[in-house]
Each structure stands twice: as structure tokens, then as C-alpha cells.
Design a protein around this ligand. Sequence first.
Ligand SMILES: Cc1ncc(COP(=O)(O)O)c(C=O)c1O
Length: 468
Amino acid sequence: MGFDIKNLVAARFGTNYELHEQYLNRTLVKVLHTIGFAKCYKRAEGCYLYDGEGNEYLDFLSGYGVYGIGRNHPVLKQAIRDVLDMDLSNMVQMDCALLSGLLGEAVAKAAGADRDSCFFGNSGTEVNEAAIKFARAATGRNGMLSLKGSYHGLSYGSLTLTQNNNFQDGFGELLPGVEYVAMGDLVALEEKLRTRRIAGFIVEPVQGKGVHFPGVGGVAEDYYVKAQALCRQYGTLFICDEVQCGLGRAGKMFAFEHWGLDPDIVTMAKTLSGGYVPVGAIVTRRPIYQGVFSNMKRCVVHSSTFGRNNLAMACGLATLHVLQEEKLVERSAERGRQLMDAIRGLAKKHDMIKEVRGLGCMIAIEFQRPSNLLLRAAWKIFDNVDKGLFPEMIVHGLMDKHRVLTQVAGHNMDVIKILPPYTIGDREIERFVSALDSVLEECRSPLGPMWAFGANLAKHALAAKKTA
Ligand SMILES: Cc1ncc(COP(=O)(O)O)c(C=O)c1O
């Protein structure tokens, strides 16, 4: 019998977790079972996922921020089908293909100013690695600087920029020459830049872990503007990692526009893929670009075999078209604001909500110890075991009782993050807010199932500490 992917999927559907237990990451399988996320999804559309029984799940996780335009968008599907139907030449390598040229043009136009030179890779981490190399080559310097609490990816260069022990520990030596400063601390920044050893200062304009950005949490609104000016003064390139917050996620085409910034290098990925074919891009100024590809011998000194493949390029082009055609960047800003206002409304009723912050459809809900004495005691016990258990309880409650997918916003913080598709409407906002209301209501009962689930998580966390 010939290969038939439809039959294969139909025949093996439901064996997902057994297969992963046997052949892939069985620790993840254990975690998914523990937190009640071990579902088998059959289909997806827009803001929703559907399991084998046809149950509908509201997806406010968006594949870690990939599905800005929603899942299985018809324009993307058609673009992919058309590329296949045309039997285009692909990855000839020793040619200049049309689709990568067109996507380069589109990305450069979107990035504005004189950022007119593009490089394509396959993921966020890969384009951040490229940003390190571009910055080093253009400046002839070795050092890199990033922000504390940042996340830039998990391959060695970007892992080193990611200032987080939870990701860095256990993998040996990292990239030399990388240093960190706290967001908002201009004195520390200038001290590092003054050495003139720093090639590039990389920031996520809106930090993914915890959703932090200037203008909230005591960080001055003009921090990035001043940081960028200091970079210019000392010859350091100012790099914006827009892998997560870019392409409409934070309510602007690029999040750096919120502060009127003019970065030397911008990296992007996630949303650009349309949720179909991995793609990452760098856009920068020509002189910086030519610092890498400086002569004919160095014309492919940085490249990646799959980097400009036609399907990825078509997805990028189709996604930029959809963002513009459906006014999704504007919609992300409006719907995000509406969602945040509605969640803030819940804070009047639930004193566990400390703060709701975000830009566009990139939103954090931070929790705090409740005023009720019994609940405070339970919170304290959990906090001592593992800061971050309470948001796990909320994420579990949202999934278990309401079929809403969310995520904790990072390690050691009492924050959940929501990254809905920009296509959400009133129905999705109401469903999320009412689910959160009901989960927080249940948390009022210290002997109820929510805290019992939390106790189970605490048991696992203690066991993990012992084996660490
Ligand atoms: C800001 C940021 N940079 C880089 C990355 C890494 O991207 P990828 O997972 O595609 O390597 C991520 C992923 O979450 C991210 O949020």
C-alpha cells in the first residue's frame, strides 16, 4: 500500500502519549499528565483547538505566540497549496530565488527607516545567533549585553544572552563576553558600554518572561530611548529581539514603535511563519550586513541550508498580507486593551489579582497573597516549596474546568501569560474572563479541589528538588 498520511493519522490517533513516552521526551509526558494538559487534539481553527470527541478548547497560548493570525488561516493554506502546485525550483542554493527576494522586500518595508537588508533563518534562536555574529562582524568587538530576565532562545549564543539559570544550568560553558544589566539601570548600562568592548545590546522590547517593559513596574518610560542613545554614543549596535513581541503581537507592527526606537538590527520569527513553516528573519542596515558578507570569498560565510526555502517564504509573504488585509495589528491593540480592561475588572472582586499588564495581545496577570488568613497560609506554604506554584494552579484550573489554554509566564514568578490570536472577538474575551473569574472563585476555598491540586504539585516540586 502507498503512503497515505490521512490513513496513518486516523489509524494511530490516540497513541500520541504512548509514542512520546517511548520515543521522545517522557519527562514532558509526565508533566502534561500531572497538570492535566495531556489531550489529543484532532483539529484546529482560528482561536480554537478540538479534541477527538469534538470538545472545543480556547487557545490563549497560541503555540508560544506563533498563531497571531489564528490557526489554519485559509490564505496561508492556499499559499502553501499554490507553491506545491507550481512545482517551483526550491533551495537551488546557487541562485537567487524570487520568493526570498519578495519576502526580503516586504520585511524591509515593514521594518522601515533604512533597515533594508534581510537575512533568513529557521527559528528565533537562529536569527538571534545571527544577530550576535552580525554585531561582532560589523563592530569588530566581542562583547554582548542583554537584560536580566530576558529570553532569546536556547542554542549556545542566545542561551548565553538568556539570563536565566533555569535554562543555562547543566550545559557547561556558555559564550564568553556576555554581560547583563537590569532593565531601567542606565548607570550600569553606561558603565558596560564605556569599555567599548560591547558589539551589541539586545533587548526584547516587551520581555516574554513576565511581560515587562518600560513604563510599568517602576522602569522609566524613556529607558529604551536613553539606552539606544548610549549605544550610539559608544559605538554599540542596538538590537531588538521581536521574535515574540513583533509582527502585531504587542499591538504595533514592531514593539519598538511604542517608544519610537530606531534599532540597528531587528530579529523576528514566530508570527512570520503563519503557524505553518518555521522561518526567522533579521533586518538591518546595509553597512552592518556587508560587515558579514564583506567580500566574494565570504558570500556564504553565514547561512543555513533551509533558510530561504519557498514554503517558509510563501508563509511569510501570506502572513504579512493577512496582517495588513485584516488590519490585525490594529485589532491586536484594540482587543488586547479590551481584554486587559475586562480582567482588571475582576481585580475588584478577587484580591489575588495584583496587576494586569501588557501591550496588544501579550498580557500578564500577576497574582499576590490573598487577604484571607487561611488562604495566606496555604499560599505561603506553596511559595516556600516553589514560587510559581500558584499560577500553575490557575493554568490547570482554566484548562481542567473551562478548556482554556494558558501558560505560566516564567520561573519564580506568580504570573500567568496570555497570548491570544489577534483575531479574538467578544465571545473569546467573555469566555476567558468568565473562566478566570470562576477559577479564582474556587481558589477562595482552602479545602477545595484547586488547593488540593496545588498540594499535589507541591509534592512533585519537592520530589524534583530532592533529585536535582
Ligand atoms: C523573545 C524571544 N526570542 C527568541 C526566542 C527563541 O525562538 P525559537 O523558539 O523559535 O528558537 C523566543 C521564543 O520563545 C522568544 O520569545
